[in-house]
Write a new protein. Structure first.
Length: 80
């Protein structure tokens, strides 16, 4: 997972990008969803993978409690 911009400032939208790829010798493009949690108590966001990539945008309202632990969890599909 990556984020941009990094670092960010309060109120500035941050784009989180999760990439899911097969491990060699596997092949193909994973489908399914990725659920992002932002670590600040806001609701999680579930995003569909497109070409193995999922993105979510989030703006933090405060620095209280930072740094925030952000997670991205892949739902899986029948092949991955």
């Amino acid at each position: 997972m990556t984020s941009s911009p990094d670092p960010s400032v309060v109120g500035e939208p941050v784009v989180f990008t999760a990439t899911v790829a097969p491990v060699v010798p596997g092949a193909g493009s994973p489908t399914g969803t990725v659920t992002f949690t932002f670590g600040d108590g806001s609701p999680a966001e579930t995003v569909a993978l497109v070409g193995g990539v999922a993105t979510a945008t989030h703006a933090y309202a405060s620095t209280a409690g930072s740094p925030y632990g952000v997670t991205a969890v892949y739902s899986g599909d029948s092949d991955f």
